[in-house]
Design a protein around this ligand. Structure first.
Ligand SMILES: [Zn+2]
Length: 381
């Protein structure tokens, strides 16, 4: 049953239960994202799908064990974007809240649980009934049979990792990852603008930002490529080097430590996350993400190769990163070096090195843009 229990609504919050802190939605041309932010971790049940019945639209619902919302969200949050009518929340049992999505259209959905803050992300995919009502839905892209975006590559989303209350890795002599990432992003933005790209940064200051907010900014800006900038850390001081990640659902040879840190989850949860991601079709975009990673890797090596004592090349790798998964465009994550290694830390705090690294990344993006354009020119009738 999908009804919310009015009998419980007057009751006091039972001790030990969490609350819903916020409900946010974003309307993307291809899907609507619902984020339920929680004050405590909850056990989310499986999503149930109910066909439309007399007087009621099609619905999805899922239960959150250990959450008490009372009557606060009962009226719901109106969305009405042609895909989703409304999000409602109510109490199902004394220890279980229920999230109900009243739908207009749906093809498929996916659900992810994220940490820090604890939240449940539900993406509902489908063709909108009335796409013209959405201002930026006009950017929907035509794709050829290989899934290659025919739209020219223009907008690069730069995502400096961490920020605000989340410093990221803390390195040698207290060097903070969030500062290094932002500094590199600013340099990279300058070069990309010179080369005719449009650039949108997920943050330009030292502020906190959720992972799904980062990708929502990217989608809303109509981004074509997503570049997340990070720096690494290791308990072994000697470990150093630069590596580039992309998301591939098939590959299980991931780095547990890096994935745990960048996702903000315990190491013990990384394998579960990888399995969760593997249940979805991660992307038409994953082939393009692999090409993008290779182009940036080659270009960075060429750019840094001229500098002696640069970080060793650790290559292109795959890993389960929420920020890459939540993005619908070709996306990579650059780990610029190990902050915990004195040599890497010195470089990551050095303008000349960061300039060369930014030039290398920009060169890779330009190379990728050029080959994508040549490819679509070749395929044009
Ligand atoms: Zn990071």
């Amino acid at each position: 049953m999908v009804s919310l229990l009015p009998a419980l609504l007057g009751a006091e919050r039972p001790p030990g239960l969490g609350d819903v802190a916020d409900v946010r939605t974003w309307s993307h041309p291809d899907y609507t994202r619902v984020v339920i932010e929680l004050t405590e971790p909850a056990e989310a049940g499986d999503v149930q799908r109910l066909a439309a019945a007399a007087g009621q639209s099609e619905r999805l619902y899922l239960d959150l064990d250990g959450i008490w919302v009372g009557r606060r969200w009962l009226a719901g949050v109106d969305v009405n974007d042609g895909l989703l009518q409304r999000v409602r929340l109510g109490q199902n049992t004394k220890r279980r809240a229920r999230v109900v999505l009243d739908l207009e259209r749906i093809d498929r959905y996916r659900v992810l649980q994220l940490r820090g803050p604890d939240r449940v992300v539900i993406d509902v995919y489908g063709d909108r009934r009335d796409p013209e009502t959405l201002e930026w839905s006009t950017s929907s892209r035509s794709t050829d049979r290989l899934g290659v975006a025919a739209k020219p590559i223009r907008t690069v989303i730069l995502d400096p990792g961490h920020g605000g209350r989340d410093p990221g890795a803390i390195g040698h002599k207290g060097l903070r990852e969030k500062d290094v990432n932002l500094r590199l992003a600013r340099k990279l933005e300058r070069i990309l603008l010179q080369r005719g790209f449009r650039v949108v940064a997920t943050r330009t200051t030292d502020r906190s930002l959720d992972l799904e907010e980062r990708t929502a900014i990217a989608e809303a800006a109509g981004g074509d490529l997503f570049i997340s900038l990070h720096a690494n850390a290791s308990p072994r001081r000697k470990t150093r080097g630069l590596e580039i990640y992309y998301l591939d659902e098939k590959d299980h040879r991931h780095s547990t430590e890096v994935a745990a840190r960048e996702n903000g989850i315990p190491r013990s949860e990384v394998d579960t996350l990888q399995r969760t991601l593997a249940r979805f079709r991660v992307a038409e975009a994953s082939v393009h993400s692999a090409e993008l990673a290779a182009a940036v890797h080659d270009s960075v090596l060429a750019s840094l190769g001229r500098k002696r004592g640069g970080p060793p090349d650790l290559g292109v790798k795959t890993g389960p990163f929420y920020v890459l998964f939540l993005s619908s465009m070709p996306a990579i994550l650059v780990e610029s070096g190990f902050l915990t290694n004195p040599s890497d830390a010195r470089l990551l705090n050095d303008d000349a090195f960061l300039d060369a690294l930014a030039a290398g990344i920009a060169g890779g993006l330009e190379h990728y843009r050029r080959s994508a354009e040549q490819l679509s020119a070749k395929r044009a009738p």
